[in-house]
Design a binder for this molecule. Structure first.
Ligand code: SF4
Length: 321
């Protein structure tokens, strides 16, 4: 019935909408969902500011990772008018085992999207904005030019706004990274997501050392840009592997590390192997600082873009300091 109605509406994306959100996961066995511990509790969304954020996102026909990734912090962030925009559509060409973003073949790029994002940033009055994207392995440059155009449009509409981007790895796309760095974002974030031993099961389309190298290359190209990376814990990684990952990021001169608890979106996604208690996050944070990161955020509910504006201000002060 849904398919018939969608087709009658002449929606070119109707066929995509009629397919499962994660076609590649449909035949996977169910994984048990563990009940969340007391320390993973979030406020339900619903404040007036939250509704205003939602209205602006909808009016500008934008996609946010807050919604697409079912982020637990959406009630808190949107109440502060802080949303993370996800550009280049809502469909990802990779199929990571942890991620709730729709997978499949994406549609063409919306040439007006950079202006729409810039307009929403201005309307929300953001001092700091985070822009991320789906993986676009189907595009010759992986979407690098679109990232650069979005940064330029925000700069034009809101010159005082600082810009943080959270990018895919642009794997096998020569010149793509250089294009994005030349647009001069204030913060360049690329998440490692997990330790190398888990890549095959958690992030099969990516290569650990390519991601580390990408972060290092950003610093080589432009030493002024802050670099940032994040991981999820609770996927079965070992403590010594996390400590090695910290060393790898410091070797690449990465400034800022985020660490949060992995939460399983559906039974078809990677299982939560453990819920890491808050005191273990504190211990990770202490070790990370001793390894030389300028900033570390490690709590169960830490996400790459959580409190990104406040963290950016601190990051800048620490560099000056
Ligand atoms: S933490 Fe990031 S993704 Fe989650 S709701 Fe906040 S801004 Fe959105």
């Amino acid at each position: 019935m849904t398919v018939v109605l969608d087709l009658l509406n002449n929606d070119p994306r109707a066929k995509i909408r009629a397919t499962p959100r994660h076609p590649e996961k449909v035949n996977r066995p169910d994984t048990p969902i563990l009940s969340k511990p007391a320390w993973i509790r979030v406020k339900a969304p619903g404040s007036a500011a939250w509704a205003e954020t939602k209205r602006i996102v909808r009016e500008n026909k934008l996609v946010t990772v807050c919604e697409e990734a079912s982020c637990p912090n959406i009630g808190e962030c949107w109440s502060k008018k802080h949303a993370t925009f996800m550009i280049m559509g809502d469909t990802c060409t990779r199929a990571c085992a942890f991620c709730n973003v729709r997978t499949g073949l994406p549609g063409p790029l919306d040439a007006d999207e950079p202006a729409k994002v810039a307009d929403a940033v201005a309307k929300l009055g953001l001092e700091h904005v985070v822009v991320t994207s789906v993986d676009r392995d189907d595009l010759a440059d992986g979407g690098a030019a679109h990232f650069a155009a979005t940064i330029a449009a925000i700069r034009l509409a809101s010159p005082g706004t600082t810009i943080e981007i959270l990018t895919p790895d642009f794997l096998r796309k020569p010149g793509a990274l250089e294009k994005v760095v030349a647009a001069k974002p204030d913060v360049f974030n690329h998440n490692l997501e997990t330790v190398p031993s888990k890549y095959l099961t958690v992030r099969p389309g990516a290569r650990y050392f390519h991601s580390v190298r990408l972060l290092q290359r950003v610093k080589e190209l432009d030493g002024e840009i802050f670099t940032k990376s994040g991981i999820m814990v609770g996927l079965g990684e070992q403590r010594h592997e996390v400590l090695q990952l910290m060393d790898d990021l410091r070797s690449a001169d990465v400034d800022f590390l985020t660490m949060g608890q992995y939460l399983q979106p559906t039974r078809k996604h990677h299982a939560v192997v453990s819920f890491v208690p808050p005191d273990e996050f504190d211990a990770y944070e202490k070790v990370a600082y001793t390894k030389g990161f300028l900033m570390v955020s490690a709590t169960p509910l830490t996400r790459s873009s959580h409190h990104a504006g406040d963290d950016f201000r601190r990051l800048r002060e620490r560099r000056r300091g």
